[in-house]
Design a protein around this ligand. Structure first.
Ligand code: C2E
Ligand code: MG
Ligand code: MG
Ligand code: MG
Length: 274
């Protein structure tokens, strides 16, 4: 299939590209409805104290149960939600759902919610946060927002201002997937994050070459020097856990402990780990 673009040039669309655009458009329409129609679900993955093995909190991870395509992972639709602005409605839903669920748990169990840079840049996020905490009755000290490092590329003054206001509410702010962005050090310099979540690519390289081990060791040393707590993401083996524990990491999360689970399963998990 070919189409002239008016200037005498011919732009070629292959059937696969047309198909891809159509799929995207349909997916976008479906996602718009998913937020309203209850097709989204939160899963919860536990985080443990790396030194004492005590259950500390859960991270909320969104799932989309598509009527035709089955369950779609967030990596497949969060970017689409960001491009289309749907992330704002989706993010509000995630925040409310996560806080409402955590408010039912024992008071010493926290909840971490992923937020997109687009939500953070959106002026309504702070009042939404205040309202959600009030409506669900969740103590702000139990809530933590995770912001992916690569989305912080430029930590703009208004973003820093927003994050400070969040901390003034008593909510903690973590930097997610630390080490994968282009501005790890300047992010740390420009804002006082409460926690660094070390990307699983570093954690999983622990059994590998000496260079990777040196990198994760340096991140842990740096964090302790600047007084920031750390979570090792994606811990899959006891060798990885032993290494991060020995090197002073604060918390651990990963398939070694548990995969993300339904809210019913999380409640049962809390009962068994109390
Ligand atoms: P993330 O915030 O870094 O979340 C951790 C991801 O690693 C999750 O994938 C989790 O299932 C996976 N994971 C945890 N432990 C292990 C492990 O031991 N091995 C391996 N291979 N993977 C592990 P998931 O749930 O597919 O989420 C992917 C990403 O999507 C998240 O990465 C986060 O950036 C984004 N995301 C998820 N939920 C939301 C949300 O509600 N809002 C926003 N804005 N982003 C979200
Ligand atoms: Mg996260
Ligand atoms: Mg992460
Ligand atoms: Mg990630």
């Amino acid at each position: 299939a070919a189409k002239a673009d008016g200037k005498g040039k011919v732009k070629v669309f292959y059937p696969a590209m047309l198909e891809e655009r159509r799929t995207r458009r349909i997916l976008e329409m479906d996602l718009r409805h998913a937020v309203q129609d209850g097709c989204l679900e939160l899963n919860f993955q536990p985080l443990f104290d790396a030194q004492t093995a005590r259950l500390k909190s859960f991270e909320a991870l969104v799932r989309w149960h598509h009527p035709m395509q089955g369950t779609i992972a967030p990596d497949q639709f969060i970017p689409l939600a960001e491009e289309t602005g749907l992330i704002v409605a989706l993010g509000d839903w995630v925040l409310r759902e996560a806080c409402a669920e955590a408010a039912q748990w024992p008071a010493d169990i926290g909840i971490a919610v992923n937020v997109s840079a687009l939500q953070v840049g959106h002026g309504e996020m702070l009042p939404v946060l205040v309202n959600t905490l009030a409506a669900t009755g969740l103590d702000p000290s139990r809530l933590e927002l995770e912001i992916t490092e690569s989305s912080l590329l430029a930590l703009k003054p208004e973003t820093v201002g927003f994050l400070r206001s969040v901390q003034e509410l008593g909510v903690r702010v973590s930097i997610d997937d630390f080490g994968t962005g282009y501005s790890s050090m300047s992010s740390l310099q420009n804002f006082r994050f409460d926690k660094i979540k070390i990307d699983r690519s570093f954690v999983q390289a622990i059994n590998g070459d000496a260079k990777s081990v040196a990198i994760i060791k340096s991140i842990l040393e740096l964090s302790s020097k600047i007084g920031v707590t750390t979570t090792a993401e994606g811990v899959e083996t006891s060798a990885q856990l032993d290494y991060i524990t020995a090197n002073g990491c604060t918390e651990a999360q990963g398939f070694l402990f548990a995969k993300p689970m339904s809210k019913e399963a999380a409640r049962e998990f809390i009962r068994q780990n109390a």
